[in-house]
Design a protein around this ligand. Structure first.
Ligand code: MRU
Length: 347
């Protein structure tokens, strides 16, 4: 289990430094609860690429553990060369969530002077990244819980919950802590086309926590807001630029525009490891494009003409001016501006 006892653990390291990784296979949820053991760095790369493990913080933890797998049984004289081979390879798994690159850089630093303890150090570092992830989830929840007033309606997009992290989640951590404080509220989970992380994952994990959750198709959000059923929106993030522009699951930008049009606050919840201060603004953030079949042949049924042209960006960027505040494990950034971001992250 994760430290969030009602959601099964997303990622677990089994054994010592020569052990392996056990993942909850999120492609099988909510129908089946299936674990998958990854014993090679190739297994981890594949699991990240096909979204068996997904969500920015969880991708970072999985990649760090993948480095350990890739370095097992490597003689000291080959360690440095192999380390860079493995990290370069893992960098090609998915491009948008910066936590992947952040975790790989940490792993490289901790083994920059190879010796016969290097594998052990890498393993300890991967476990430390996972533990920090659990702590940051909890702190985001504590900082954000009071944004959820008694009786409110909350809309979320994609899955930024326990399944996307090693702990309570980011956006959903705020809801879990609000619920622990005795707050009653109702959540609308956008289905999140094309891979349905909202319907399959967010609805599943909130229901496990006995939180009142209603699934809507993505194109229903405007109507639900117009009916005054939504008091706030909370989403996660995959990469936040220095000016606060935020990449998150495709559709998030549209939700932010709708929130603005209806006068509803739009919050982003993310750990400091999701900030990429080397990117001045959102135009610099790489956006993953995925296979057409996710749209034309999703979940085993053809839903568009054979060979039709498809465009399938997996993320979009919400401009900072549409974001009411960003909730991090270090505090709340409001208004979302470069100077405030630095103040909170460095504070
Ligand atoms: O393609 P996914 O499922 O990895 O996309 C996940 C998201 O967009 C999440 O909102 C984001 O990673 C934050 S998870 C705490």
């Amino acid at each position: 289990m994760s430290d969030n006892a009602m959601t099964p653990a997303t990622i677990t390291w089994i054994g010592d430094a020569n052990g392996f990784v056990r993942l909850l296979d999120q492609t099988r949820l909510p129908i089946e609860l299936v674990y998958r053991d990854c014993r090679t760095v190739q297994d981890i790369w594949e699991a990240i690429r096909v979204l068996r493990v997904r969500g920015a913080p969880a991708i970072g933890v999985a990649a760090a553990m993948g480095v350990v797998l890739g370095l097992q049984n490597t003689p000291p004289e080959r360690f440095s060369e192999r380390l860079h081979e493995v990290t370069d390879y893992l960098r090609t798994s998915r491009p948008t969530a910066v936590n992947l690159f952040w975790a790989l850089e940490r792993m490289e630093k901790c083994a920059s002077q190879p010796d016969n303890q290097s594998l052990e150090r890498l393993w300890q570092e991967a476990l430390a990244i996972q533990k920090e992830d659990q702590e940051m989830c909890r702190r985001i929840g504590l900082f954000g819980a009071d944004l959820v007033a008694e009786g409110s309606g909350v809309l979320t997009h994609c899955n930024a919950g326990a399944l996307a992290t090693s702990g309570y989640g980011t956006a959903l951590s705020i809801l879990y802590v609000a619920a622990e404080k005795g707050r009653h509220f109702r959540v609308f989970a956008d289905e999140t086309r094309p891979l349905l992380q909202g319907a399959r994952l967010t609805a599943w994990e909130l229901a496990q926590h006995n939180i009142d959750v209603t699934v809507i198709c993505d194109n229903m959000a405007a109507q639900v807001m117009k009916e005054k059923k939504v008091d706030l929106v909370i989403v996660g993030a995959d990469r936040i630029a220095a000016n606060g522009d935020t990449a998150n699951k495709i559709g998030t930008y549209g939700v932010a525009l709708l929130a603005k049009a209806h006068g509803i606050p739009f919050y982003v919840a993310a750990p400091s490891s999701t900030f990429d201060l080397s990117r001045a603004s959102g135009v610099d953030i790489p956006i993953e494009e995925r296979m057409p079949e996710e749209i034309t042949f999703g979940f085993g049924k053809q839903t568009a003409p054979t060979n039709i042209k498809v465009y399938n960006p997996a993320f979009d960027v919400t401009p900072a001016e549409l974001i009411t505040a960003i909730i991090t494990e270090k505090g709340i950034i409001r208004p979302v501006q470069a100077a405030n971001i630095l103040k909170v992250l460095e504070g």
